[in-house]
Ligand binder design. Structure first.
Ligand SMILES: Nc1ncnc2c1ncn2[C@@H]1O[C@H](COP(=O)(O)OP(=O)(O)OP(=O)(O)O)[C@@H](O)[C@H]1O
Ligand SMILES: [Mg+2]
Length: 224
């Protein structure tokens, strides 16, 4: 359902060219759970940012259900981002002034429709990630693992088909990390959401059905 063809992203900083991603091709079948691994600077976040429609590739294609999303206008990409995919950042990226509940329903309101429905769904999603008792807490009143689960609930508010997570456990202790990974597994297993996550931890291989290794922006057959 998601195909990446010869994806290349070259950053230019002054006269310096950084080939962050070179000729990467892959397919994510619906319901897949894939882990992207590679050393620091190997291009993992760059790949996720292209897939998450946060950045545009220098060349190559990303196709969601037959549609080339690299060619869409900014407005169409924003809409696609809201309706088709969810994105989870290493550093949670919650709004500190808003409660967990408000953080989760905010991206729903951006699509229009009755706020009441989004509020109800946000409360259900927070229950699903085990935070039913915490919905009125602000981020600073939550643990790191709880904040990341709020971010997962937020990523789900518009029923995405795919979820992209960039080192979702990097800022968490091992127990919170396990809870977050189990939460992602459950979404994949029970709701069939396609998941691509980045990890540094070789232990996380156990969560993935498929592994992708990057080295210097290129796909390599194994972790070298
Ligand atoms: N906005 C940018 N402008 C210029 N160069 C960049 C930019 N973002 C990333 N890079 C460079 O591109 C390369 C890949 O970076 P990327 O962030 O994708 O690596 P990563 O695999 O996610 O690393 P980490 O594990 O440390 O998060 C690095 O050499 C980095 O310095
Ligand atoms: Mg990164």
């Amino acid at each position: 359902m998601i195909t990446v063809n010869n994806l290349t992203r070259i950053y230019r900083v002054g006269n310096v060219e950084v080939r962050a991603l070179v000729d990467v091709s892959l397919t994510l079948e619906a319901g897949d759970i894939t882990c992207v691994m590679g050393k620091s600077g190997s291009g993992k976040s760059t790949l996720l940012r292209q897939l998450g429609l946060i950045d545009r590739p220098t060349s190559g294609q990303i196709v969601f259900d037959g549609q080339d999303v690299t060619r869409l206008s900014d407005g169409a990409r924003a809409r696609m981002r809201l309706t088709y995919l969810g994105y989870i950042f290493q550093e949670f990226a919650l709004l500190g002034e808003l409660t967990a509940h408000e953080n989760v329903y905010l991206p729903g309101m951006m699509l229009g429709g009755p706020i009441r429905d989004y509020r109800k769904r946000a409360a259900e999603l927070l229950g699903m990630v085990g935070l039913g008792e915490r919905i009125h807490h602000r981020p600073k009143e939550l643990s790191g693992g709880e904040q990341q689960r709020v971010a997962i609930a937020r990523a789900l508010i518009n029923n995405p088909k795919a979820l992209f997570a960039d080192e979702p456990c990097a800022n968490l202790d091992s127990i919170s990390a396990e809870v977050v990974m189990e939460t992602l597994m459950k979404l994949n297993r029970d709701l069939g959401i396609t998941i691509l996550f980045v990890s540094h931890d070789p232990d996380d291989k156990k969560y993935a059905k498929r592994l992708i290794f990057l080295r210097d922006g290129r796909q390599v057959p194994e972790y070298l």
